[in-house]
Write a protein that binds this ligand. Structure first.
Ligand code: NAD
Ligand code: UDP
Ligand code: UDP
Length: 341
């Protein structure tokens, strides 16, 4: 089988898809693009625990091998260093397509549109050829700076097509369009998730997202940097809730799009307060100018996911944050090897 010359670890190339002897039930063969990243690695953990055979495809742009090292040597696990912008030939049952840097700090400086457009096209071409089910991890950013609050899936959004964030927003919008084109035109079985701000262990420490910034700053005894007046809102979802939603969506019968997020809405000042309560009540706050085109409000309406997927988040911010803090504490002060790429 052709794999673009990339050396794979785990089970051999010729045995891709074969379920190793000894498994009680027949697992699925699943590709997770972006599986070395924050969300992807948690998804891989769940799929491996379920008994599936998992192939991670990742170029390590923002992902880290350390997020997956506990699966190395497992015959059901394989890791391929590959950029999804290049074609890929594999045989699998399902494709979770996550590959895409998700932090503004990363995506403003890289040819993200190419990853979203060409990368998604390639994975849809792959899904079409092998008859696999394809799930796209889209984003709440498709709603832009929303004029409707909370956001429902039927809302078409308010996006600046030429702004600094547009490579991400418009890239994901195009990815959604491509996904629906392949569904309608080539009868590919597709699923679309619109993910709202998610946090948890294994987030990049210095990728500039607000929860990781505040937690790292409080632990390092630096001031928490609040952008603008801090009155803008976001709704923060713990990563295990998201992974449960993604798996239900993949296994269910509905195409979507589905909002997957926690409706608990916080201003950035309120978030700073929760971080102070959790880590250091004396942490200072420092105001900084806000970034361009920053959405003022964001909160998911999750009625559709509740009704059709039987899904809703279970972990509130005050419960989820401490789990992320212990991971950050260990990575910042403890085992420094974990920070190596
Ligand atoms: P992440 O940056 O931790 O993970 C993305 C992974 O994709 C990384 O491992 C990276 O190396 C890999 N990648 C990037 N470009 C690639 C390419 N061209 N080829 C192969 N691999 C590539 O981000 P995350 O938070 O885990 O996000 C995962 C997905 O969820 C993304 O599609 C993102 O847009 C979406 N999403 C995340 C959030 C969030 O709050 N975390 C919100 C909305 C949507
Ligand atoms: N593709 C891929 N793996 C496959 C099949 C297709 O990476 O197994 C890529 C292919 O290189 C192309 C894209 O997916 O760039 C779209 O493929 P499709 O067959 O839909 O379109 P076409 O090749 O006819 O333009
Ligand atoms: N933000 C902040 N301080 C930071 C980083 C971000 O106040 O150190 C704000 C940012 O301006 C935005 C919100 O937090 O209003 C969420 O930003 P993030 O980049 O985490 O996610 P996104 O804007 O993509 O929802």
């Amino acid at each position: 089988m052709y794999q673009n010359g990339h050396v794979a670890t785990g089970f051999g190339i010729n045995s891709v898809g074969k379920i190793p002897l000894g498994l009680k039930r027949k697992g699925l063969r699943i590709v997770v693009t972006g599986g070395a990243g924050f969300v992807g690695s948690h998804l891989v953990d769940r799929l491996m625990a379920r008994g599936d055979s998992v192939i991670v495809v990742d170029n390590f742009f923002t992902g880290r091998k350390e997020n997956l090292v506990h699966h190395f040597g497992n015959p059901r696990f394989e890791l391929i260093r590959h950029d999804v912008v290049e074609p890929l030939l594999l045989e699998v049952d399902q494709i979770y397509h996550l590959a895409c840097p998700a932090s503004p700090v990363h995506y403003k400086h890289n040819p993200l549109h190419k990853t979203n457009v060409v990368g998604t096209l390639n994975m849809l071409g792959l899904a079409k050829r092998i008859g696999a089910r394809f799930l796209l991890t889209s984003t709440s950013e498709v709603y832009g700076d929303p004029l409707q609050h909370p956001q429902v899936e039927t809302y078409w959004g308010n996006v600046n097509p030429i702004g600094v964030r547009s490579c991400y927003d418009e890239g994901k919008r195009t990815a959604e369009t491509l996904t629906m084109d392949y569904h309608r035109g080539a009868e590919v079985e597709v699923r679309i998730a619109r993910i709202f701000n998610t946090y948890g262990p294994r987030m990049c420490i210095d990728d500039g997202r607000v929860v990781s910034n505040f937690v790292a700053q409080a632990l390092r005894k630096e001031p928490l940097t609040v952008y603008g007046d801090g009155k803008q809102t976001r709704s923060f979802q713990f990563v295990s809730d998201l992974v449960e939603g993604l798996m239900r969506l993949m296994e269910g019968e509905h195409v979507g799009p589905f909002n997957l997020g926690n409706p608990g809405e916080f201003t950035m000042l309120e978030l700073a307060q929760v971080v102070q309560e959790t880590i250091d009540p004396n942490a200072k706050i420092e105001f900084k100018p806000n970034t361009e085109d920053d959405p003022h409000k964001r909160k998911p309406d999750i009625s559709k996911a509740k009704e059709l997927l039987g899904w809703e988040p279970k972990i509130a911010l005050r419960k989820g944050l401490p789990m992320m803090v212990s991971d950050f504490r260990q990575r910042i002060f403890g085992d420094h090897k974990q920070d190596a790429a």
